[in-house]
Design a protein around this ligand. Structure first.
Ligand code: SAM
Length: 221
């Protein structure tokens, strides 16, 4: 059974969306509507429900966090998603970002490295009626070659350098949004890479950010 989405929750969610619009610079109304449509408290244990509509990251177990709403909104906005886009997320975590992406694009895939988080996220998303066929357990630093290419790839953990497999799996015209650099639990630069041709990539540096480390073959050891 779905947890209730009460009048209070809906009011808090509206206030959060207003904060993202007025104070965090999120301009894409489709992205704001997507965050307004997904009850973030569904991705929290009921005891921590009161934290769900604050603009902050929050522990989800296994030393990981659900990203703060302004980060989810910013990274999603940078992908410039269209309904038919094929999207790959690296780092399913709680499943919240996956649920937001599903509001904006059709074929969303997401990979989680940690088996306990994968199982928990899968069970939660199934209970919410979201398409769990797109969830995968594995090393997302290697992407998902069998389902490539993607119009958009979003990495929700900080990589030591641009993961080469993710660049290869980007469609021409596609965008990769990824935090790069820094040490555990360091600071990174948020990058957007746009593939303009088979060997042509445009790199934009979009400011400092702070993410948990990306693990795996192209992550931190
Ligand atoms: N997107 C998540 C959400 O909405 O809750 C938040 C993600 S959390 C900031 C980063 C996640 O990346 C963690 O769940 C972590 O286990 C996962 N992760 C780290 N390295 C990974 C890898 N190589 N492949 C897949 N997932 C990875």
């Amino acid at each position: 059974m779905l947890p209730p989405d009460t009048y209070r929750h809906r009011g808090q969610r509206r206030a959060l969306v207003e904060l993202l619009r007025r104070e965090r610079g999120i301009q894409d109304e489709r992205v704001l509507a997507a965050l307004g449509a997904v009850p973030r408290h569904w991705f929290f244990e009921p005891a921590f429900d009161a934290h769900a509509y604050q603009d902050k990251a929050f522990p989800i177990g296994e030393g990981q966090t659900i990203s703060q709403p302004s980060t989810v909104a910013r990274q999603t906005e940078l992908l410039e998603l269209q309904p038919g886009h094929r999207v790959l997320e690296i780092g399913t975590g709680s499943g919240y970002q996956f649920a937001v992406l599903c509001q904006l694009a059709g074929g969303v895939q997401s990979i989680e490295f940690n088996p306990a988080l994968y199982e928990r996220g899968r069970a939660r998303l199934a209970a919410l009626g979201l398409p769990t066929a797109g969830l995968h357990l594995g090393d997302g630093s290697l992407g998902l070659p069998t389902l490539a290419p993607f119009d958009a790839i979003l990495v929700t953990a900080g990589a030591p350098a641009l993961p080469p497999a993710l660049l290869r799996q980007l469609r021409v015209g596609g965008r990769l949004v990824v935090p790069v650099g820094g040490h555990d639990p360091g600071r990174q630069q948020l990058l957007r890479i746009t593939r303009e041709g088979p060997t042509a990539f445009v790199r934009e540096e979009l400011g400092d950010c702070r993410f948990v480390p990306l693990r795996g073959a192209a992550g931190w050891r």
